[in-house]
Design a protein around this ligand. Structure first.
Ligand SMILES: Cc1cc2nc3c(=O)[nH]c(=O)nc-3n(C[C@H](O)[C@H](O)[C@H](O)COP(=O)(O)O)c2cc1C
Length: 165
């Protein structure tokens, strides 16, 4: 592994500090999928804000982000959702339940919205991105790809965040 910052993951930074290779592996070893939550404990407001913001920053094909996140905190609604997740206890016990909903099919309107926002951010006329727009429209809303209605939904689901015991 070279020390050139362009090629070395040694230079992944957080707040200007360097993460060593061993720290990355250590963090991955520490992480695990929590199966039992302590329902009496809640994620703090400030911690939750960071997690929520990280949802907004989730990457997607073309950057289209064809999803919405629903934060479900109503116990009665969570109860109703439990059978939809193989009756797993996490649905009702976790601190914050996130339901990820996706478009079943990509739409021209959704693509246009991305193009308009991209143009605005880059100080361009939307027409300057028409080739890129047409390529997305052709490949995602027409023909065989348009039939793959599960493409986006396979990437969604129920996600539980909580404080573990
Ligand atoms: C796409 C996906 C779906 C998963 N669904 C569930 C689930 O429904 N319930 C659950 O308890 N864990 C779920 N997991 C967590 C896996 O069981 C867990 O990541 C795996 O057992 C490895 O354990 P670890 O993440 O603690 O290392 C899911 C993980 C992925 C990537």
């Amino acid at each position: 592994m070279t020390d050139n910052p362009l090629f070395s993951i040694k230079y992944v930074t957080m707040k200007g500090t360097f993460m060593e290779h061993s720290q990355i592996i250590e963090a991955l070893n520490w992480r695990y999928a929590t199966k039992k939550f302590d329902s009496s404990r809640k994620i703090s407001e400030s911690d939750w804000k960071v997690l929520e913001e990280s949802l907004h920053m989730a990457p997607s094909s073309f950057g289209l982000q064809p999803w919405k996140f629903l934060i479900v905190q109503n116990p009665a609604v969570r109860k109703q959702l439990t059978p939809a997740s193989w009756n797993q206890t996490q649905i009702e016990d976790c601190s914050h339940l996130v339901v990820v909903t996706t478009l079943r099919k990509m739409t021209v309107e959704h693509i246009q919205h991305l193009v308009d926002e991209t143009a605005k951010t880059r100080g361009l006329e939307a027409s300057a991105l028409s080739t890129y727009r047409d390529m997305m429209v052709n490949s995602l809303t027409q023909g065989q790809a348009a039939e793959f209605s599960n493409f986006w939904t396979q990437r969604a689901g129920l996600h539980c965040y909580g404080v573990f015991t």
